[in-house]
Design a protein around this ligand. Structure first.
Ligand code: NAP
Length: 474
């Protein structure tokens, strides 16, 4: 894919970038490794100060970076600005809590025959981040804020359709005063990821994107024994039981399915609605979807902009056509509008069956697939029949249904009476083919840290005593 800014609202190519040459890429990696040698020795308090400065840079740039994101991938301007503000919040979260997360964690020294025993989390080096275009700032910041707090350094290979946002990210950290080269953007294609990941100076990789991209990175990383975190696709279930407040559930269903023009990994994509309320919920949901304003993402009253790429719209159309061919009903939407730009209307499809590709795929656009179910058992069975397991939503006032859902749904995140969302204060990630590892909180930061065990003996007999108790056997 060419590295270029193409406005999804018009289809016009605005700027094209030359990918880095091999010599330039080599130089960037060398600079990154050199930067880490010094950066790893900075204190958590120094790093927290730079993170706060980066948050201030972002807060001062909301209009500029908001417009850039809207231009490159078509999200509404209001949501782009909100995304930038959320990034500033995450930077401040790690600035505030990072130093405590990095303090040595004492262990029971007496139990291991030591005078002192503890675990200290240390940075591991240069981390490669391969990121998607859908939340072009937030996805990258979810990696960058904890990595830089930890004392690691970052190399960002961003999606090829958001090059200017990618370069802006590097600029944020430079303007915040971080030491040179601790965060660099590499304008490279996906084929160059292997070359970077195999480089001995690169310690680990994280990828957010599709399952095939994750498989590729994981297999290369496995070959060279480097740790990875994978945040892959999602087709989150949204279960509505009879005790749910239907109006509220439908409002949130619309937000969840249509946020970011329907292109979010944690969008609810499959709506599993109890038969007792299916007709009423479908009616309310359909009305609310049909009432959304689709149009120019720069305009203030627009709720849904275009899809990010032409290929993305074709994928969405294929899923809907396949479902219709196999007997599904389109209740709302389902037809691309005339005119320029990659627009697709909010769409509701009912009567989904397992033969349809929508049942096991991921529709990355504002298309809701609705199933009617007989109860919580069938809802969870269908929810878990999907290869992905990112988030899951339940709407119910019934305590037993909630407990069943939390215990049995196969997902990394389970939200009751609310929609799955990401917060710096909660771990984020999935199970099954949605990937592995977690982002955010201390859990996310420790993914790329060495939890080093430290044991310090006193001169004398403590360790011999421990050994005589048999604890030395390996
Ligand atoms: P994608 O095609 O996998 O691209 C994501 C990134 O991976 C891009 O930087 C891309 O580079 C790169 N890439 C693609 N193929 C690669 C390969 N074989 N080896 C190395 N790198 C490769 O995904 P997308 O279509 O942009 O994003 C949509 C997907 O991301 C959806 O499935 C969505 O659910 C998922 N997603 C998951 C999360 C999460 O947190 N779980 C969050 C957001 C999105 P190029 O652009 O140069 O091809």
């Amino acid at each position: 894919m060419a590295i270029a800014t193409i406005n999804p609202a018009t289809g016009e190519t605005l700027t094209t970038f030359e990918p880095l040459s091999e010599a330039a890429l080599e130089e960037r990696i060398a600079r990154s490794a050199a930067a880490w040698a010094g950066y790893r020795l900075t204190t958590p308090e120094q790093r927290a100060g730079w993170l706060r400065a980066a948050a201030d840079v972002l807060d001062g740039d909301l209009d500029r970076v908001g417009e850039l994101m809207t231009l490159e991938m078509g999200k509404t301007l209001a949501s782009a600005k909100a995304e930038a503000a959320k990034c500033a919040k995450a930077l401040r979260y790690y600035a505030e809590h990072g130093p405590a997360m990095l303090r040595p964690q004492p262990a029971d020294a007496g139990a291991v025959g030591a005078r002192e025993a503890y675990v200290v989390h240390q940075p591991i080096g240069v981390i490669l981040a391969v990121m998607p275009w859908n939340f072009p700032l937030w996805q990258a910041m979810r990696f960058a804020a904890p990595a830089l707090m930890a004392g690691n350094v970052g190399l960002l290979k961003h999606a090829s359709n958001v090059p200017q946002t990618a370069l802006y990210l590097e600029e944020v950290f430079v303007r915040a005063g971080f030491p040179a080269d601790v965060f660099q953007t590499l304008l490279i294609g996906s084929k160059e990821v292997e070359r970077v990941l195999r480089d001995d100076r690169v310690a680990a990789a994280t990828l957010t994107g599709s399952a095939p991209a994750g498989q590729s990175v994981a297999s290369i990383a496995g070959d060279v024994l480097k740790p990875t975190v994978l945040e892959l696709g999602g087709s989150d279930p949204f279960i509505v039981m009879p005790s749910a407040h239907l109006e509220t559930a439908a409002d949130v269903a619309v937000t969840s399915r249509c946020q970011n023009n329907g292109q979010s990994c944690i969008s609810a994509k499959r709506f599993l609605v109890h038969a007792d309320v299916a007709e009423e919920f479908t009616r309310i949901f359909a009305e609310k979807l049909a009432a959304l304003t689709v149009g120019d993402p720069m305009a203030e009253d627009t709720q849904i902009g275009p899809l990010a790429t032409e290929a993305g719209r074709e994928d969405v159309e294929r899923y809907v056509q396949d479902a219709v061919d196999k007997g599904a009903t389109v209740v709302v939407g389902g037809q691309r509008p005339d005119g320029p730009g990659w627009y697709y209307p909010p769409t509701l499809v009912t009567g989904i069956t397992p033969e349809m590709e929508m049942h096991t795929g991921e529709v990355f656009g504002p298309v809701a697939a609705l199933y009617t179910v007989s109860g919580i058992d069938e809802a969870i069975e269908i929810a878990n029949s999907h290869p992905y397991g990112l988030g899951a939503n339940l709407w119910s006032e019934d305590e037993a249904e909630r407990e069943r859902f939390i215990r049995d749904v196969a997902s990394g995140m389970a939200f009751v009476n609310g929609m799955v969302a990401s917060f710096p204060e909660l771990p984020f990630g999935g199970v099954k083919q949605s990937g592995y590892g977690r982002e955010l909180t201390d859990v996310g930061m420790y993914e790329f840290m060495n939890a080093k065990t430290v044991w310090i003996g006193a001169p004398g007999s403590e360790q011999r005593a421990a050994h005589s108790a048999g604890s030395h056997a390996e």
